[in-house]
Design a protein around this ligand. Structure first.
Ligand code: IPM
Ligand code: MG
Length: 365
């Protein structure tokens, strides 16, 4: 029997609730194919601070190192908001885990089903068929990880700096991921930068142009300044297909993409590493794009779709099980089509809870 060995890090807030049911869906989808789940759970984020004194304990890293992929919930919450920023769960768990496993490529599908166009703040006539784009964000470089400093100057003023650094090789490897994604889609890549101001962006644009010409001349490459891209995202998101950009621009643009796609409760994400796992596929971390939603945590009403779709991405990228991933995605889509909705996407339709939503998805597998 084939075994899927992965780490389960539910985290805080709604994380554990949506993780529980995502595992049910995963089990129901893989069992008929004779595949068994072999997962180990570990604490991360606020709960790890409470239980182990660190947001990303050594013991949790060990569980992840022993696995072929990580299924991640979400971290953070009001309880830990008074900690110094560098110790807060989001920063102290997410950034180190990305760095530790060299998770350099963050794929965020911007998917809005036709049936859910009401959920978008955009006028329906701008997105008659929904939205289907993908943001490929560089995740382990740039201003997030460059040298940082705070110092008091001679005149008593205080100065702080963050440094944006990129190597050509880091740009090329994220372009490879964008190329693979574009080849499986419409063949269009838009590279987003700020080459009218930033030196790193000048290198980014030059590298993208040369690398695509040499390695993927059949793809259509365009460039856009990030301020314009933010505007275009709000005007006509479907003009994009694959967006590729550096770490901070991707952070901001992917949130904007999230809101134009309606509920964050529907958005999954995959962060892929440089290393292959024991299946010969990239080691990766899979997590919903939304947060811990402390306001509704513990009530059993959170939308589990993003976590379920993230689990589907794990099957696709880290285990090479594309068909089962598609089965799960189709079941989620059918459920929403059948007007079975959690509160965040109900719009006047009756809203059901987390477990009932997952059950409805399982019935449609
Ligand atoms: C994200 C988040 C993180 C980021 C934060 C929580 C550190 O916003 O995954 O997009 O900025 O990368
Ligand atoms: Mg973000």
């Amino acid at each position: 029997m084939q075994m899927l060995k992965f780490a389960v890090l539910p985290g805080d807030g709604i994380g554990p609730e949506v993780m529980d049911v995502a595992l049910d869906v995963l089990k129901a989808a893989t069992e008929p194919a004779g595949i068994a789940l072999d997962f180990q759970s570990a604490d991360v984020g606020g709960i790890a601070i409470d239980n182990h004194g660190a947001a990303l304990p050594e013991s949790t890293i060990k569980v992840c190192e022993d696995a072929d992929a990580i299924l991640f919930g979400s971290v953070g919450g009001p309880k830990w908001e008074s900690l110094p920023p560098a110790e807060q769960p989001e920063r102290a768990a997410l950034l180190p885990i990305r760095k530790h496993f060299s998770l350099f490529a963050n794929l965020r599908p911007g998917l809005l089903f036709k049936e859910l166009t009401d959920a978008s703040p955009l006028k329906t006539e701008r997105i008659p068929d929904g939205i289907d784009i993908v943001c490929v964000r560089e995740l382990t470089g740039g201003i997030y990880f460059g040298p940082k400093d705070t110092q008091t100057l001679d005149d008593g003023d205080v100065q702080a700096s963050d440094t944006m650094v990129y190597k050509r090789s880091e740009i090329e490897r994220i372009l490879d991921v964008a190329i693979a994604s574009a080849r499986s889609r419409s063949g269009k890549i838009c590279s987003v930068d700020k080459a009218n101001v930033l030196t790193t962006s000048v290198l980014w644009r030059k590298t993208a142009t040369e690398y695509l010409a040499a390695n993927a001349p059949e793809l259509e490459l365009s460039h856009m300044y990030v301020d314009n891209a933010a505007m275009q995202m709000a005007r006509d998101p479907n003009q994009f297909d694959v967006l590729v950009t550096e770490n901070m621009f991707g952070d901001i643009l992917s949130d904007e993409m999230g809101i134009v796609c309606g509920s964050l409760g529907m958005l999954s994400s995959a962060s892929l590493g440089t290393q292959n796992n024991s299946h010969g596929h990239p080691f990766g971390l899979y997590e919903p794009s939304g947060g811990t939603a402390p306001d509704i945590a513990g009530q059993g009403i959170a939308n589990p779709c993003a976590q379920i779709l993230s689990a589907a991405l794990m099957l696709r990228y880290s285990f090479g099980l594309n068909e089962i991933a598609e089965t799960i995605e189709a079941a989620v889509k059918q459920t929403v089509k059948d007007d079975i909705r959690t509160g965040d996407i109900a719009f006047g339709k009756p809203a059901i809870g987390t477990q009932a939503m997952a059950q409805a998805i399982i019935e449609r597998l």
